[in-house]
Design a protein around this ligand. Structure first.
Ligand code: SIN
Length: 340
């Protein structure tokens, strides 16, 4: 991690917001302002902050470069470092709130991991951009401005990690990247956004409902020892060999199933064999919204499966990985997935 800096120190009356940068398109650079290709995670957090001078009117900023990657390359090791920093900043009396800048591709996964592992009584806001920093009409500066405004706001406390994109505020549990392009790429298909920014203030549609902080970072140990969980993506004519191969390598499998978490008979039979050998199996849906409940089409009790409820496959993977540090029992895993 690179050294941190405080800007706007002369404005001592302003709240102090910590910015943890991890890369992404928000820090991406193109060859020209109109080029369609770019490299994510190119500029430093200092350059990113300097590109939005209006931030100086909102807060004093303490910046740290935790990583500088395209978020397709986000790792459990970076998550661990990030969660540790969030935890420390949450305990730092000088800090009013924390912003994490992040690539949009796996932003929702990092937000969900932090929700489960790092207590955030203070505002914790994740933000990205769909257009690189050098684009003709970059969305990063406005998103970053909104993120800092939200992170310094008392109304954002006790809500767990929030994601702000394009003026909309989402919870870590519900938010998803739902489009590969365009600036309106984030939504919460099941729960809906929980608020919007009105100028520099958030307008929340309901009271805070923080997720329980269930997996203390200290108890997880080194990342190399974290349980390994893979996602199996269902499609027409999915064969058993894909499941068999993964079941031999992983502690847990999440099915990104068709419809309500289903797959071909061959794949379901292979998943049953895996479960019988002690591999944890969670059924989620590849559809992007809706609820995968127990027993609708598959007898989960008999198969030893767990139903993911409203969690996407990518978030079910994270919850299963963490839950497997505590239990392998399907009934207890189901109880974990059922608790919000
Ligand atoms: C990334 O996720 O790092 C690249 C895409 C983006 O940030 O929009």
């Amino acid at each position: 991690m690179e050294t941190s800096a405080v800007s706007g120190a002369s404005e001592a009356h302003l709240p102090l917001v910590a910015v943890l940068a991890t890369g992404g398109t928000i820090a991406g650079v193109q060859a020209s302002a109109t080029a369609s290709s770019y490299v994510a995670g190119s500029i430093s957090v200092a350059q990113l902050m300097a590109s939005v001078p209006q931030l100086a009117g909102l807060a004093r900023l303490r910046t740290e470069q935790v990583a500088n990657v395209g978020s397709q390359n986000m790792t459990h090791a970076v998550w661990q470092a990030l969660a540790a920093r969030v935890q420390m900043l949450d305990a730092d009396d000088d800090v009013q709130g924390v912003v994490v800048t992040h690539g949009t591709d796996t932003l929702e996964e990092t937000a969900f991991f932090l929700a489960l592992t790092a207590p955030a009584c203070k505002p914790l806001v994740l933000v990205g951009a769909m257009r690189p920093a050098t684009a003709l009409s970059a969305d990063g500066p406005a998103n970053l401005y909104a993120a800092v405004a939200l992170a310094r706001h008392g109304m954002a406390r006790e809500r767990g990690p929030l994601v702000i994109m394009n003026g909309d505020i989402h919870t870590a549990r519900d938010v998803q990247k739902v489009a590969a392009s365009g600036i309106n790429a984030f939504a919460s298909p099941n729960g809906g956004r929980i608020g919007v920014m009105v100028g520099v203030d958030p307008l929340f549609h309901g009271p805070a409902q923080p997720m329980p902080h269930r997996y203390p970072l200290e108890a997880l140990g080194p990342v190399e020892q974290w349980p390994r969980v893979a996602v199996v993506y269902a499609h027409a004519d999915l064969q058993a060999d894909v499941v068999d191969a993964l079941a031999a390598l992983y502690d847990g499998l999440v099915l990104a199933g068709v419809g309500d978490g289903n797959a071909t008979d061959a794949a379901i039979d292979a998943l049953k064999r895996a479960a019988a050998k002690g591999v944890a199996v969670v059924r989620a849906s590849r559809t992007g919204s809706g609820y995968v409940g127990r027993g609708a089409e598959i007898d989960d009790g008999e198969a030893g499966f767990v139903a993911a409820g409203e969690l996407s496959a990518q978030k079910a993977r994270i919850l299963l990985m963490l839950a497997l540090t505590q239990t392998r029992d399907p009934a207890r895993l189901q109880a974990i997935f059922d608790s919000r």
